[in-house]
Ligand binder design. Structure first.
Ligand SMILES: [Fe+2]
Ligand SMILES: [Fe+2]
Length: 467
């Protein structure tokens, strides 16, 4: 019996003569547990196992049927039904070194080796039973510590993933969803015997842990870089500061005009031009417009303008603002892109120092390799296809799939499945991700199961492969 919440649960039952061997491994034996206390709070002293646990002492019985101290009516009923006869018995508490009762060991019906008869347990047997009980207790506690450690590891890794998810309102449940998708792919591979991959509890947990951890390095990436929505965004969007400066310039011009230093048509023209220029800056501040050479040229022209602030002549646009507005595509400068990319390296560095249990050690690599590419052009280590495991590749595909499928910016419409598979196909062609895995996901419609749970109905359409 194992003791949980003051109840003794049957865990292992073996009876040679009845040929019963239930080890309780595949779920607990569903016989009712033996309570240590009755409903009124008094000790359950009619059951011999309960008394053993309560008194923390061994009980030895020569013949249960003539033993007056305990109620063996249940045992007798069992005997009748199974054509058995419970006779001699030793009941030993499983007591830890610190004195905690973890369970009870009950030995029934000693067989005399020579005669084959049921006999009483001797003093020597009692010592043996005690030794067995202490061995069993150590094993149970070891297994329990291991379980606790694994539970701790699980919960801690999961929390780290949740922290990363909580960091960005835009990427929502990225980490959680990547884990879900990767697990779906891997489990299906196990069922379909994809490349003879064997998926068991531990290998699945390995992938799960790796996916919870894969973006943990993002903790070190500043939010305003990670979620940079416009080119001028730092902690706030600097376009508003620029708009204020335009306002000052416009006022200066108005004053000149009122002082009679400027003709009316010139004044009107200047104001109009300023409005147009600011509108232009607002447009190019968004990452959606590609910066052509013409646009860059116009930006340079606007940047040349100067105005008087506190008696000093200053530039209308700061150098850093011009630098950011000059970004050709997207909202990130080269330096910011590098900071974001550094999260993969940071993930690696963080995990490298953690002494994982041996069976989950590979989680470090799987997590750190999610931006590696088969063609060797990935980061942080530029590994190639020979160095990337199946798990690495699954997580890399899951990472891209989730990023494409989620509505990452509130003002952008999320991609449909057909668009996602088109992009994935191009990535396969470029040698970025594993085509066999993408095909496997496609053919087994894993994307559909995921989409039904995690994507919007309008995103679900008929995708195609393009490779
Ligand atoms: Fe990442
Ligand atoms: Fe990711």
């Amino acid at each position: 019996y194992m003791l949980y919440n003051n109840k003794l649960y049957f865990s292992i039952v073996q009876t040679e003569s009845l040929n019963v061997y239930i080890n309780g491994e595949d779920g607990r034996i569903d016989w009712p547990p033996v309570p240590l206390y009755r409903e009124d709070g008094t000790q359950n002293r009619s059951n011999v196992s309960a008394v053993t646990a309560l008194d923390r002492n061994m009980v030895v019985i020569a013949d249960c049927y003539t033993e007056p101290n305990y109620d063996f009516s249940g045992t007798k009923k069992f005997d009748e039904m199974n054509n058995y006869r419970t006779k001699s018995m030793i009941v030993v508490p499983l007591k830890s070194f610190e004195g905690e009762i973890v369970g009870v060991l009950q030995l029934i019906n000693k067989i005399d080796k020579e005669t084959g008869e049921i006999t009483e347990f001797t003093e020597f047997d009692q010592e043996g039973a005690k030794a067995l009980a202490s061995q069993a207790t150590v094993s149970i506690l070891n297994a329990r510590y291991l379980q606790e450690l694994e539970k701790f590891l699980d919960a801690f890794m999961k929390s780290l993933g949740e922290v990363v998810d909580a960091k960005s309102p835009y990427t929502g449940n990225h980490v959680k969803k990547v884990g879900k998708f990767a697990k779906m792919v891997y489990q299906t591979m196990g069922h379909k015997r994809y490349r003879n991959v064997e998926v068991d509890r531990d290998s699945l947990r390995l992938l799960e842990i790796a996916s919870w951890l894969h973006d943990v390095g993002k903790i070190a990436v500043p939010n305003h870089v990670m979620d940079k929505a416009t080119k001028l965004e730092t902690v706030f969007d600097r376009i508003d500061a620029i708009a204020d400066r335009f306002e000052i310039v416009k006022r200066d011009i108005e004053i000149s005009y009122l002082k009679g230093e400027m003709a009316e048509n010139e004044y009107i023209q200047e104001i109009e031009q300023l409005d147009k220029d600011l509108q232009f800056l607002r447009e190019i501040n968004s990452g959606d417009t590609f910066m052509s050479d013409d646009k860059l040229e116009r930006l340079q022209q606007i940047a040349k303008r100067r105005y008087i602030l506190q008696g000093k002549e200053v530039a209308l646009l700061r150098d850093d603002e011009v630098y950011n507005l000059s970004i050709r595509k997207g909202t990130l400068t080269k330096e910011e892109r590098e900071i974001i990319m550094s999260h993969a390296e940071m993930t690696y560095k963080m995990l490298e120092k953690i002494p994982f249990p041996k069976k989950f050690e590979k989680a470090k690599n799987i997590a750190s390799n999610h931006h590696e590419k088969l063609n060797g052009k990935g980061y942080p280590r530029g590994l190639n296809s020979e160095q990337l495991s199946l798990e690495d590749r699954i997580l890399a595909v899951a990472d891209v799939f989730e990023a494409l499928s989620s509505a990452d910016r509130p003002y952008k419409s999320p991609k449909k499945l057909s668009e996602i598979f088109k992009i994935l196909s191009f990535m396969v062609k470029d040698g970025d991700i594993d085509g066999d895995i993408v095909r496997f996901i496609f053919e087994n419609k894993i994307y559909l199961d995921f989409a039904k749970e995690e994507m919007l109905p309008e995103q679900i359409d008929e995708p195609k492969l393009y490779f």
